[in-house]
Design a protein. Structure first.
Length: 463
């Protein structure tokens, strides 16, 4: 099997043939073209098949940097490497900014060329694979709103709001508890919008130390700080033309809040260590499990940013507010994990569905998904899922009142059942299960490590 498919465009016949031979000996399939016109004509028919384009900068019918957009349009899945006999810094900078994978001086080193070509082909094939998987997943789910499984009144009302706001470019703020599915709603907004063919970039603001998050969002120039050895694009650059999803937006440091406000107002920002403005076209969807209005009133969050983020707010309902959706979600997750495990799991028994429906789900949809993954692993193949495959907290009388299901064995019936108390008990139970390993606890709970530390302190769970 060939290592990759290449198009080599160069008007110097002898050099082109030598380069082609070197690449063919390494296992690549190489198509040659003596000028841009014939190269583009070949791409018009075979653009979807090529992994990388190697183009001379000075061609008789065009300059390589100026031709970059035409190469990328003709072969969207291919990486472009520009070759020149006389390298110069301005051209290399222009080439990289225009989207070239690399910019090489011809004749310097065959080894260097082979390394760059291998990396370019690897990146192209990986991106193609990701695109195929995304398309397959979208087809399986029906895309966008169809991925929001359930028909309850609470979910239907939230989905209707997604339908209304998605075609616009309005900023969306998703509020709701941890694990309720806010990222899935953000993806639905993106998929139902005119930006669905462009990038959807998601970042959990609580997953980064506050001093690093700003550089992740906005990027930096070489030398901006110790360790900045090269220019780095930020997530706003990566999401240009598409949608950026900021989860746990309430965790942003004040400095990052100020820059985010500027981006929302002007679609411009300045990279760390840079003096020039960068312009982007990004639709922002943010999410939080905090009361941002209260945070703003208390001075912990910029009020002007809060009002800019909350142009259109959608509250994602917790799973306990839509128990009618539990059976459909359970079947959906079981099918997903049965396929993943290559295991025949025809469904769930009525008793199993009854116990799942009675549970209050303090961890919301994420917790249900985790429960079904565990059950799919434990359940025998070929038979419906029974309560025996469920965790210990489900091994109770199915007629038991739902309010008692989350109480630990032997608990006082008058146990505090407020959401705050249930969340505290759940976090304590997970911490106990992982022997106090907060990193693992945060992963299982589906929250950022800083969020976990804050909740541990807030609920007095230390010791």
């Amino acid at each position: 099997m060939p290592k990759g498919s290449l198009l080599l465009i160069d008007d110097e016949d002898r050099l082109r043939q030598v380069l082609a031979r070197v690449l063919e000996l390494e296992g690549y399939t190489v198509v040659q073209a003596p000028d841009a016109a014939r190269g583009l004509a070949w791409l018009a028919e075979h653009g979807a098949e090529v992994d990388a384009i190697l183009s001379d900068v000075k061609l008789p019918d065009g300059h390589g940097v100026a031709l970059l957009p035409r190469y990328r349009a003709a072969a969207p899945g291919a990486e472009v490497v520009l070759l020149t006999a006389y390298g110069n810094v301005p051209d290399s900078v222009r080439a990289m900014k225009a989207g070239a994978f690399d910019y090489l001086t011809k004749g310097d080193s065959d080894d260097q060329l082979l390394v760059v070509v291998e990396r370019a082909v690897e990146k192209a094939r990986l991106q193609r694979r990701v695109t195929e998987l995304e398309a397959r997943a979208s087809a399986q789910l029906g895309g966008g709103l169809a991925a929001l499984v359930g028909e309850s009144k609470a979910l239907t009302q939230a989905k209707a709001l997604v339908e209304q706001v998605a075609p616009t470019d309005a900023t969306v703020l998703l509020t709701g508890e941890t694990g309720a599915g806010k990222e899935l709603f953000a993806q639905a907004v993106h998929q139902a919008s005119g930006r669905r063919g462009r990038a959807f970039v998601a970042v959990n603001c609580s997953a980064f130390p506050k001093e690093l998050l700003e550089s992740e969002l906005f990027g930096y120039r070489k030398g901006a700080f110790t360790g900045a050895l090269a220019d780095k694009k930020g997530l706003f650059d990566e999401a240009n033309g598409g949608t950026l999803f900021l989860d746990e937006v309430g965790e942003l440091a004040p400095e990052a809040q100020a820059k985010l406000l500027r981006v929302l107002e002007s679609q411009t920002f300045t990279r760390l260590g840079d003096t020039k403005l960068t312009t982007v076209n990004v639709r922002l969807v943010a999410a939080t499990n905090r009361d941002l209005k209260a945070e703003a009133d208390a001075g912990r969050f910029r009020p002007d940013l809060y009002y800019r983020l909350s142009v259109f707010t959608i509250t994602v309902p917790p799973l306990r507010a839509r128990p009618a959706d539990v059976p459909a979600l359970a079947r959906h997750f079981l099918r997903t994990f049965a396929t993943k495990l290559k295991k025949e799991l025809p469904g769930l028994t009525d008793e199993c569905l009854q116990r799942l429906s009675r549970y209050p789900w303090p961890g919301n949809v994420r917790e249900l998904k985790n429960v079904l993954e565990r059950a799919a692993i434990l359940a025998p193949a070929g038979a419906p899922l029974t309560p025996d495959a469920l965790p210990p907290e489900f091994q109770v009388d199915p007629a038991a009142p739902a309010a008692h299901l989350f109480q630990p064995p032997g608990a006082d019936p008058a146990l505090d059942r407020t959401l705050r108390a249930v969340e505290a008990r759940h976090i304590r139970a997970v911490l106990t299960e992982v022997h106090g390993n907060k990193t693992e606890a945060a992963r299982q709970l589906g929250i950022g490590l800083t969020t976990l530390y804050r909740k541990v302190q807030e609920y007095g769970l230390e010791g």
